[in-house]
Write a protein that binds this ligand. Sequence first.
Ligand code: GAL
Length: 372
Amino acid sequence: MRLFKKATAVAMASVMALSLAACGGGAKETTAAATQAATEAASEAATEAAEAATEAAEAAGGDVSSKKIGVSIYKFDDNFMTLYRTELERYLTEELGFAKENVVIQDGKGDQAEQTNQIQNFITQKYDVLILNLVQASSAPEITDMCKEAGIPVVYINREPDAAEEERWASESIQATYVGCDARQSGTFQGEEILETANKGDINGDGKVSYIMIQGDPENVDAQYRTEFSVKALTDAGVEVEELLMQRGDWDQAKAQQIAQDALNQYGDKIEVIFCNNDAMALGALQSIEAAGRKVNEDIYLVGVDALTEAVQNVIDGKQTGTVFNDHFAQAKSAADMAVKFLNGEAVDPVNMVDYTKVTGDNAQQILDQLK
Ligand code: GAL
């Protein structure tokens, strides 16, 4: 992202130079100044790019181009994990110097048995390090043992194994680690977004906030914590709540659309808030909200998590109350950096957390600019 910002500065300075030049023959000096600004920005960018490459190479212990890294994603058909996977591949190859053919990314297709097989194949083919987004976090002990026996370090991402498993890595000096975010924080941010509205979520003024909760896959700690902590933020602030419905939408837009549609039919104006454990589901809920003739931020509130581009745009347009940025750039970077640390034989903490960022009308444009 640092490079991206610098590139933007270069582009802006160049545009400045061009538009000043276009202003007419008399503007020679200003044009020269703008050209100089563009040149300086460009050389600063080049220096920074070189520094970043050196830093990355140093972190990688010199050369990782012959190292094989196996990645398995719980399923490719997931909006957020697609952004994550794309950034992970970019960072590994373009910034850390892994050879493209040595970065193999597989689709777990939502099937743990299939994913376990893929991991087994990585092991048989003697991959040097693995980055794994498990279908079922509860499979971590078994997978960790397989990797440990083969002497292959493993970085788990996105779906957090339980605390006992993470403690075991530390106590038994197993080369395994987790990179993710603390989902309690994202839930709390969602609740705060409702508290920050004019009527603290109580649109009809009956003294309580009536909501429906559309959950991700409930086996996943992200879904559990977001569900619990979004509501907890309200009750901790002394706000009374009423849960009209809680249903699993498995992180999926179409499922959430159906759930919201049925709930709006059943509960109508009683629903003041729709909490969605992620943005894909918030996009689905919005389709049903609009179809029911309801208006977000006027007669209903809607919050999600992830900061998908479309959802952030909806926050700007007043069609979603808020979201929470699930920073896939920082998570991908951290996961890849941990993999390299393992390759270098360095010690790695068992748990590595990245912060979430609250996204409301106040900063949505800024976040959108970062995402592009
Ligand atoms: C969550 C994310 C969801 C989904 C899930 C997959 O962190 O918010 O959109 O991608 O991970 O495990």
